[in-house]
Design a protein around this ligand. Structure first.
Ligand SMILES: [Zn+2]
Ligand SMILES: [Zn+2]
Length: 356
């Protein structure tokens, strides 16, 4: 049985890579030290801040909410609001909404629930079905990711938030890093740091990752110790994603040679530095979407592009003609995609259809 490296009590946490073990109490101290260090090192927060915590209801985001709520009570200029984007996956989301509401009411935390239905007009289930009917080449996670980010930014701004904190942990970050390497997408790698940006736009709320240097198993343990882990976790679409395979692969590597995840994080930091020294990410500026007015990396935002392809957004002839050439080209391209794929019928089949 492993013993706490500090007090010799029975350990609940063992970190083979670092050669330490902790009992419950010393694990919590270690966790707190680690997160504070990240917050300080990367200057995640300012003296006055309305922190909107992006909550999914899963253990990671409940852990983040619990942590930041505790921290905010000790910092006079800070306020915390939980924001949950409800995409409407039946048989999954109801439970996580309930968990947030119960937590918020018990601990007196402000919260807000932003529904896909209200912002996009459809639930994710409806969108996925529609996309399959139209033969669009996207996995459920693509729609979810694009619309979720879109709604998150908009709702956070409407709430008066000055910063959005997301629960991405070290595991999430290195998974995304590997996925971007596979996709040869270095512009995305530059943006993988703990603070989003340098993008600025009057409607863009900056995003930070306080758990950037914390392992998934650490946030899980933190959640368990604080009574925030009640099982029911996994999005039913998760297994269809590429991330699922990448995650398993990294976990296998870590098992065989402890420390792989930290190495990947250091590799990412080197990559960001190298890319920045080459000027990557500097040209990054945000457009204002020509259709919806939200901040976007493109003249027409991804959410509007998808809505056009799904046939749930219309653009009048006059509007189309009034658009700047680049935006107009993007709208026409999306409309073409929507048309071209339309006949040909339903791609439901036995599960594997949504993508490749
Ligand atoms: Zn101890
Ligand atoms: Zn848009």
């Amino acid at each position: 049985m492993a013993r706490c490296s500090v007090c010799g009590r029975r350990a609940v946490y063992v970190n083979r890579a670092a050669g330490v073990a902790f009992c419950e109490r010393h694990f919590l101290e270690y966790f707190d030290r680690k997160v504070r260090r990240t917050i300080r090192r990367y200057r995640l927060f300012r003296p006055r801040e309305h922190i909107v915590v992006a909550v999914s209801g899963g253990k990671d985001s409940m852990a983040l909410l619990h942590y930041l709520r505790g921290l905010a009570r000790r910092v006079p200029g800070w306020r915390v609001t939980a924001l949950l984007v409800d995409e409407g996956i039946r048989g999954y989301r109801e439970y996580t909404v309930k968990r947030l509401v119960e937590y918020a009411e018990e601990h007196g935390v402000d919260y807000h629930i932003a529904r896909f239905k209200d912002y996009i007009g459809y639930t994710l289930d409806e969108i996925v079905r529609r996309g399959r009917e139209r033969g669009l080449p996207y996995l459920p996670c693509t729609y979810c990711g694009v619309f979720r980010r879109y709604i998150m930014n908009k709702a956070a701004r409407e709430l008066g938030g000055t910063v959005v904190a997301t629960a991405h942990n070290l595991d999430d970050v290195v998974q995304t890093y590997l996925m971007n390497i596979i996709g040869n997408d270095w512009e995305k790698v530059v943006r993988l740091g703990p603070v989003s940006g340098p993008a600025s736009h009057p409607k863009f709320v900056r995003k930070v990752k306080p758990f950037y240097e914390v392992l998934e198993k650490e946030t899980a343990l933190y959640a368990v110790i604080n009574g925030l882990y009640t099982g029911f976790e996994e999005c039913p679409y998760a297994r269809l994603s590429i991330r699922w395979s990448v995650r398993r692969m990294i976990n296998e590597l870590e098992e065989r040679s402890p420390g792989v995840k930290y190495s990947l994080l250091r590799s990412l930091e080197t990559a960001i530095k190298l890319l920045r020294s080459q000027g990557a990410g500097e040209a990054e500026r945000l457009y204002t979407c020509a259709l919806c007015g939200e901040p976007s990396a493109h003249p027409v935002c991804r959410a509007c592009q998808l809505r056009l392809q799904l046939g749930i957004m219309e653009v009048s002839r006059e509007k189309l003609e009034s658009l700047p050439p680049e935006a107009r080209r993007m709208v026409e391209e999306s409309l073409r995609l929507a048309e071209k794929r339309r006949p040909g019928g339903r791609g439901d089949g036995g599960g594997g259809s949504g993508g490749r």
